[in-house]
Design a protein around this ligand. Structure first.
Ligand code: AMP
Length: 304
């Protein structure tokens, strides 16, 4: 098997409104945030699609960070996925103003031989039917998945299949309530485990995040950065750090690796919220990460 992560999800142009700022058609998408974070720890390869309005140079630059973007399909004459969101009322929760699927409407992902062999697969937020198609082609031994309220509402059955085939589900608390019908964090975690995954990771915005694994439950607070500019991509970069770290540890699932992965994801997300788009996340190095990790986790030793 090939060491590294194959990731599918959205490549997007985002329009974002925060209480202080506004940005139009900036590079985003679940796959972009995830892969930048994960690439600090392991190789990443993308299976995704964009229209010819997406800046190809951005994808080329990602190659310098061990992110293989050569298999990304660019469809001429068609538009990329566009998402507009606002955080004006609550910084913890994006309000979707508009979603245009664009090229994702008829995307039929085809993995090539080498992509099938990655030992980790991550299904970042995208239509669960596409996630299922990628699962059916991959030989990965560790599968993580993410989703959101739109897909829980309109494609619940397909999403439940994705969840049942995944080892780790990442979901935020509000979406977890919608998915499971439960109200309390502990009940949501248990209900997710009842749907198939070995591990449930529940993100709770500025309150931090929690992991459920077997009969274990542990939580961490956020890294308290003072510069929150835009929370878009926090969940994806958190998952990228978490999955990237686990992959760097040979995909070994145990309490120690999960506790460390939770801390890694938390610190990664804190960088991401400090800028729009990939402005901050694409500029950080492993040594920037380690410095902040030490501040956050003191003497906790990561084997990197
Ligand atoms: P998050 O980590 O949850 O903040 O993810 C933010 C990214 O998700 C944005 O860059 C959006 O382009 C992307 N996104 C928003 N809605 C969807 C959707 N329905 N499917 C896939 N990606 C989406």
């Amino acid at each position: 098997m090939k060491k590294g992560i194959l990731v599918t999800g959205s490549l997007a142009l985002d329009t974002i409104k925060t209480d202080k700022d506004f940005a139009k058609d900036i590079v985003g998408g679940s796959v972009i945030y995830f892969s930048h974070a994960a690439s600090l720890f392991t190789d990443v390869s993308l299976v995704a699609v964009a229209g010819d309005d997406f800046p190809v140079k951005f994808l080329k630059n990602m190659m310098q960070r061990n992110i293989d973007t050569t298999k990304v399909e660019i469809i001429k004459g068609k538009k990329s996925f566009h998402w507009s969101g606002s955080y004006e009322e609550d910084i913890n929760e994006a309000k979707t103003l508009d979603t245009q699927l664009g090229v994702f409407g008829d995307f039929n992902p085809q993995l090539d031989h080498s992509q099938k062999d990655y030992e980790t697969l991550f299904l970042a937020n995208i239509d669960p039917d596409l996630q299922l198609s990628v699962i059916s082609q991959s030989k990965a031994k560790l599968i993580g998945a993410d989703s959101m309220n739109l897909w829980i509402n309109i494609k619940r059955d397909a999403l439940k299949k994705v969840i049942s085939k995944s080892h780790i589900l990442f979901i935020n608390e509000t979406e977890g309530k919608l998915l499971t019908g439960k109200k309390k964090i502990y009940e949501i975690g248990q209900a997710v485990l009842g749907m198939g995954p070995k591990i449930a990771v529940i993100k709770q915005g500025s309150y931090g995040s929690s992991v459920f694994y077997k009969n274990l439950f542990f939580s961490l607070p956020i890294y308290p950065t003072t510069k929150v500019v835009d929370p878009t991509g926090a969940g994806d970069s958190f998952a990228g750090g978490f999955m990237g770290y686990l992959t760097s540890q040979g995909c070994k699932i145990n309490e120690k690796n999960l506790r460390h992965a939770l801390a890694v994801g938390t610190v990664m997300a804190s960088f991401n919220v400090e800028g729009f788009s990939l402005n901050v996340l694409s500029a950080i190095t492993i040594s920037d990460f380690k410095k902040r990790f030490k501040k956050y986790a003191g003497n906790l030793e990561l084997s990197l």
